[in-house]
Every structure is written in structure tokens, then in C-alpha cells.
Design a protein around this ligand. Sequence first.
Ligand SMILES: C=CC1=C(C)c2cc3[nH]c(cc4nc(cc5[nH]c(cc1n2)c(C)c5CCC(=O)O)C(CCC(=O)O)=C4C)c(C)c3C=C
Ligand SMILES: [Fe+2]
Ligand SMILES: [Fe+2]
Length: 388
Amino acid sequence: MGRVGVLLLNLGGPDKLEDVGPFLYNLFSDPEIIRLPFRWLQKPLAWFIATRRTRTSQENYKQIGGGSPLRRITEAQGEALKEQLSYLGQQANIYVGMRYWHPYTEEAIAQLTQDNVEQLVILPLYPQFSISTSGSSFRLLEKLWQQDPKLQRIDYTVIPSWYKQSSYLQVMAELIAQELEQFPNPNDVHIFFSAHGVPKSYVEEAGDPYQQEIEECTALIMETLNRPNAHTLAYQSRVGPVEWLQPYTEDALKELAAQGVKDLVVVPISFVSEHIETLQEIDIEYREVAEEAGIHNFRRVPAPNTHPVFINALAELVIDALKNPSFKLSQAAQMKKMVKMYPQERWEWGLTTSAEVWNGRIAMLGFIALIIELITGQGILHMIGILQ
Ligand SMILES: C=CC1=C(C)c2cc3[nH]c(cc4nc(cc5[nH]c(cc1n2)c(C)c5CCC(=O)O)C(CCC(=O)O)=C4C)c(C)c3C=C
Ligand SMILES: [Fe+2]
Ligand SMILES: [Fe+2]
């Protein structure tokens, strides 16, 4: 076996408050995050939304110490994975590639080519696949591969999603059980799975398998836990005015409180590391919502981070991937036949010449309206709540 590398993919987060603006700009510039009919509008709109969101987002990062812990935790996971792989007899170099902040995926790719990696396992640190997370990273990697003949010589394989992996299910069940045991009557505690949301159209129009994988993952964790507790699945972190997957976490918490639930354990299900959406959104914002509604005993299950059973899950995934036939980026990006990802797909209304002309005119009007709104602070985006 040649020199082996493992590329861990994650979203990235601002290390300090000054990074928040440029990080948000990178995020909103991604067409897999904001799906627009006109590609040329992407960057101005990204700049606009990022500018308007920076202050609120900075306030949130301030509450968790002034920056995201995602880089530190992901690097620690990488070191622990290297050790565990070596213990299992597999030597490998680990590379961390973030989508929207340092260390960028491009930096990781440059490093692994310099190290002459011959066999590579691409492992997203998202248990479930979504167009907006793993899909976006795969799309970027596909582009980098097409551009670089050196990369094309690497024998690589992709793990598109891994929410069914037995050691992962085991660690989730263990972490939940530990939290349940903190209550006087563990079996009476309500288990609340809070998944990261995505716009409903991703699932219903673009064919994102995310919701189905989240639902299956929840059922598998409950099966592994093997306890009689009642449970709920809801979706957090909605951004913007469009409809996202429902029920929303906030509404579901109020609903459970109205039903008389007093003891609750929240399980963050789309993440494997602590970050702003666990430390700020769940621990501060949703706790407040729950307590105000009457759920007085609110606990949160920690993310797996560097838990040894979780690191072993990652190591098992890598070892299995090296043994199995390789899975290519093009296959991973289009796992389900309906999945539509940019830039391949074009909107139907852009397919005729006259439609293109009209698209351009409408987009120009939209862009002018956007600039006016930016200057005056008044307009449709304020009215519908996308801007404050
Ligand atoms: C606007 C659309 C967004 C979609 C769709 C989305 C999906 C999605 N995101 C994660 C995981 C993470 N998101 C993080 C930050 C973050 N995400 C969005 C927006 C969307 N996410 C924003 C605006 C931000 C910045 C924070 C904020 O201002 O709210 C992070 C990094 C957090 C950190 O600690 O820095 C992660 C991780 C998943 C799993 C997901 C869909 C499945
Ligand atoms: Fe989010
Ligand atoms: Fe996000």
C-alpha cells in the first residue's frame, strides 16, 4: 500500500471576531448554500447578507469566547484518528480541509500533494449527507481534481455519509444514556433530537437525501439506546425567510412544554464537534425558550468530539474504505438520482434566448433594488425579515 492520507472535511468557523464577516461572505457565496437563479448575483448578494448579519453573528460568537472552537476540535480529532489508525496497524497522514475558513480545503490539498499521498480517503465530518455540507465540499474537490493532473494520479475514495456506522451509533447511545442518568427518573425524560435544518426546497425540489438520513439516524440511535423514553425530532438554525424543514426546534420545545414535559435531554444530531450551534444556539437560546415555556430540567448531550469510541468509529470507516472498491466524487455528489447541484444544473427558465434576456433584465432590476435597500435601509428584504 502506498503512502496513505485521510482528508477530514468540515465547514470551518471564524477563529476570532474579525473573521466573522469574511467567513460569512465565503459561506453565502456558495451556490449550494444560497441557491439563486442568476449566478452573477451570488457575490453581491453574499456580500450584502454577510454585511448585514455580521454584527448579530459576532454577538453570538462573543458568547462562546470570541470565536469558533471548530478548528481546534477538528485538529484534535485528526491527531486522535492518526493514533488510533496506527494502533490498528494502518499508518496515515491526516489533513483537515474546511469549506469556508482556515485551514481551507485548497490548503489541505496542496499539502497532501506535496507529501506525495498515493492513497486518499475523503471523510466528511458530517454523519448525514446534505447538498449544503458534504455535497458542497465534494463539488469543490471535483473542481480541484479536474484542474490538477497531479491529483488525478491519486487513488482516492469518498465516504459520502456514515450515520449507520455501528461505533458511531454506540457512542451516541452512550452519551445519551450518561445524560439520562443525571435525572432522578431516567425513563421519564423526553429525548429531543435537534438536527440542523435546511430549506425544504433542498429536499423536495433538489432531492437532498438529508431529511431521510436524519430520520433513519434518529431511529437507529433510539434502537441502539434500547430504552423506553419518548422522543422527538426537530430542526434548528433556520436562516432567512423561506420555509425550512419542520418542525422547528423552537416550536417543538414549546409544544412539548404545553404537553407537560418537564425533563428534557437535547441531542445535537448533525454535528460531531461543539461549535456555535451547540454552545450558543442550544445551550443559551433554546434553553431559554424551554425554561420560559416550563421545561425546567434541560440538559444537552455533548458532541462526540474526541471520545475514544467516536475516534474508533472514524478509524473503522477509514480502514473499511481502504478495503472496499473506491467511490468517486462524481458518484458522491450525485448519490441519489434526483440530487441537483450547482454548477451543473441550469434553471429551466434560462434555457431559451428570450428567457435569458428577461432573466438578465429582472436580475438587473433586483440588483438595483438591492443597492437602494442597502443605502436606505428600507425595502422588501427588510419587510420579509431577511435583513434587520
Ligand atoms: C443559510 C443557509 C445555511 C444552511 C443551509 C446551512 C446548513 C448547515 N450548516 C451546518 C453546520 C454548520 N453551520 C455553521 C455555521 C453557519 N451556517 C450558516 C448557514 C447555513 N447552514 C451560517 C449563517 C453560519 C454562521 C453562523 C451564524 O451566523 O449563524 C457551522 C460553523 C459554526 C461555528 O462554530 O463557527 C457549522 C458546523 C450543517 C450540518 C448544515 C446542514 C445540514
Ligand atoms: Fe447554522
Ligand atoms: Fe450552517
